[in-house]
Design a protein around this ligand. Sequence first.
Ligand code: GDD
Ligand code: MG
Length: 366
Amino acid sequence: MQALILAGGEGTRLRPLTSSVPKPVVPLVDRPFIVFMIDWLRSHGVDDVIMSCGHLADGVRNVLGDGSGVGVRLRYVEEPKPLGTGGALKFAEEWLDDRFLMLNGDVLTDIDLTAQIAAHEQTGARATLALYPVEDPSAYGLVRLEADDAVREFLEKPAPDQIDTNNVNAGAYVLDKSVLDLLVHGEKASIERDVFPRLVGDGLYGHVLDGYWMDIGTPQRYLEATFDILEGNVRTEVADRLGTSYVCVEDEVFNEGRIVPAALVEAGCRIGKGARIGGRAVLERDVVVGEGTIIEQAVVMAGAQIGAHCHLNGCVVGPGVKIGDHCVIDDLAVVGADVSLGDGNTVSRGARLFPGISLPERALLF
Ligand code: GDD
Ligand code: MG
């Protein structure tokens, strides 16, 4: 089976993590995010993946190459300019089989694609959308269904007064190639706004699935997905390999503090006296943590150095960052690669520090 993965968005809501690397290869629990997606696709019989890239395409190619390391044939289609989700689909036309899967490239999920493909065949649909119930559909595509699972209405980013179902578009479609007849080559188009509404009554079906599903495209959801992988709430090869609820690589870790599950601490990390890592924390390779520092519900990427007596909670710290002593980083703050912070700074309330910024002692208190 063939899959087209859309990976050309700019990932603006995840900046600065996506300032220098594209969203698909932002590390999630220390693997390029897209590897989780490819594992899941492979487990449902996908062996041929086409990656639709735009923004920072080389960043994806450099990490995944021809796919041999992740067990699929992997090819890349590069748009000269962003064509939107529909335009990107049309742009890949010559590579596509008569029936294929199309995926949004920023979703962590273990939903049953095999069942979705079976439903597609049973109804004779042209397009079958995976649907997933969420509490607040406003950030997604809302999908109203008829009793026979035909789609009655598709509403992208519904207004509050339009929300009358919890089922949203999970960004996983089975498509027949005839759907591409609705698109014009080289023209910008949105599959959600320009194609699906036109397919209503003409072969558009939905299939509600359970299991785990999360769009990782904001810092909050990125962190939630991280914790869910650590705690085994989503089926992943990481959990299969290392066991659920406690994932900790202590080999080659120099630890004078305490590691509280669920946590992943990679090789080369050094944890100072009286420090606490976890629960729900990821330290990628070669992270240094000073004495008495607490890191909980947080991700610290490779090679970062955190000073003594800091408190990191609910934040993401990029690779190569240097943080002085007595700093507080919390409340969905995201610190970009190679930022340098002097002692006594507080970075909080969703603040984003862009790559390479350098700040003296006590410069920030937000
Ligand atoms: N190649 C290419 N070109 N890919 C693109 C482009 C483009 O111009 N624009 C966006 N993409 C990719 C993104 O990289 C992402 O993987 C996917 O298309 C969806 O774009 P997002 O920007 O993440 O959309 P969203 O999260 O607001 O909404 C979409 O996903 C929701 C589920 O997560 C919609 O499909 C919603 O209907 C859906 O509910
Ligand atoms: Mg998204």
